[in-house]
Design a protein around this ligand. Structure first.
Ligand code: AMP
Length: 420
């Protein structure tokens, strides 16, 4: 787990602000859930991978609890209980820290931050398209360039494996191997389980279907799986989503990959990840998970969502040298020329604070030259020097530290002069 020093903390919060702006823009309401939840809840439906990496401990009441490794369980809990009678669609947003005992490396930390958007209640491809568009908009708001989507549909391959009557865990293993491009082991496992030659041939051609002419590839996927009705349904669903995107007017760089699989435990439909060329780890990912709420004891509820890794967006922004558009920040230091004038300095500061001008007061009792040197070093923009002589005239010395000019200004005009 890391410390965020001021520059990094500022960038993290900047991205977090953008996630909120995008949530507001698309009508997603923010919720906050606890960082610590019952281990039972968090582990109930978590995948083996996530479960084995949880920070688990006993609290003082003897309960088994854990730091949340993902938001999924908390959201499913809320949708199954508190939001049970809430009109749908439900658009929820949350941002916060998650904890996984991963091996730390670039872009992988034991404490990391995600923003999540969940669109609950719609089975329509329109909902899938909304999540993709919203993600595109967040990437744009963060100032990232060359963002590319990788997209697929778990239903295409899964339906073929279902038709072959393979058990769920074997299916997951095969899909995982395929996702890692370890086709040799995947096909060996398929053969060992007695999958038919025909299905293996179909899968062999499927995994070659990828590219960024996504509408054409989606059509070819549908042709390729024509013997499996459910698989055709999945391919058609994906095609509809992609058509909506293509017709939306947004230009989204997208590679369709029929052999792509992620987060196998939850996803039931479209799945995607986002990348930028600078770093070869996903900045975020999501998809459709129609069975999740049901797994947590709620009613069968269709849902689609996305999780963005804020730490990785930050890495990408640093690597692309993205400029963060903050308004020219003005920072003022108020320096009393001697100890007797400390309260006068506070009164002037109060005026600046009331006007919303970021202001520090000299608290080290330094002489003016030293205090000014320090202000220069820290790139402050203005200094207000409170001296006896000027005070008699109801004035102070206002120094513009960037232009290196100073003048005597009436106290009542200081705010206005700094704002100029
Ligand atoms: P997941 O919850 O595993 O589907 O991950 C969604 C996104 O969260 C990923 O695409 C990453 O951007 C981010 N993420 C996941 N695990 C970590 C981690 N250990 N450190 C930093 N970011 C992570």
């Amino acid at each position: 787990m890391r410390d965020f020093l001021p520059e990094e903390a500022k960038l993290m919060r900047y991205i977090e602000d953008k996630t909120r702006v995008v949530a507001g823009l698309h009508g997603y309401r923010e919720i906050l859930t606890p960082i610590v939840e019952s281990y039972e809840l968090l582990s109930a439906k978590a995948g083996e991978e996530v479960k084995s990496r949880m920070f688990v401990f006993e609290d003082l009441g003897g309960r088994n609890v854990a730091l949340r490794p993902e938001f999924t369980a908390s959201i499913a809990r809320l949708v199954a209980t508190t939001f049970k009678n809430e009109p749908q669609p439900l658009r929820l947003f949350y941002v916060g820290s998650l904890y996984r005992y991963d091996e730390p490396q670039l872009g992988r930390y034991r404490e990391f931050w995600q923003s999540n958007y969940e669109l609950i209640g719609s089975r329509k491809p329109d909902a899938d398209a909304e999540i993709l568009i919203l993600t595109r908009n967040l990437m744009e708001a963060s100032g990232l360039k060359k963002v590319a989507f990788k997209i697929g549909h778990v239903g295409v391959l899964r339906s073929i494996l279902n038709q072959e009557k393979l058990k769920d865990d074997i299916q997951s293993k095969i899909l995982q191997l395929m996702d890692k491009k370890n086709y040799e082991d995947a096909f060996r496992l398929l053969k060992d389980t007695g999958a038919s030659e025909k299905s293996m041939t179909t899968i062999r051609s499927l995994i070659t279907l990828k590219g960024n002419n996504f509408l054409e590839i989606a059509a070819r996927i549908a042709d390729c799986v024509s013997d499996c009705e459910k698989s055709v349904e999945a391919a058609t669903n994906l095609k509809e989503i992609l058509e909506l995107i293509a017709e939306s007017g947004y230009e989204i760089e997208m590679t369709l990959d029929a052999g792509f699989a992620r987060g196998l435990e939850y996803y039931t439909g479209m799945i995607f990840e986002i990348y930028v060329p600078d770093i070869n780890i996903a900045l975020g990912g999501g998809g459709r998970y129609d069975r999740l709420v049901e797994l947590f004891g709620g009613e069968s509820t269709p849902a689609v969502g996305v999780a963005h890794g804020i730490d990785r967006i930050m890495l990408a922004m640093q690597s692309q040298k993205t400029t963060t558009k903050t308004r020219g920040e003005k920072m003022t230091i108020v320096i009393p020329v001697n100890e007797e004038l400390r309260s006068e300095a506070l009164r002037v500061s109060r005026m600046l604070w009331n006007a919303g001008i970021p202001t520090e007061v000299e608290v080290m009792g330094r002489k003016i030259t030293r205090a000014l040197e320090d202000a220069d070093r820290r790139k402050m923009t203005h200094a207000v020097i409170v001296g006896e002589r000027e005070l008699k005239e109801d004035s102070v010395v206002l120094r513009d530290l960037t232009k290196r000019k100073q003048s005597i200004v009436k106290i009542g005009r200081v705010v206005e002069s700094i704002r100029e």
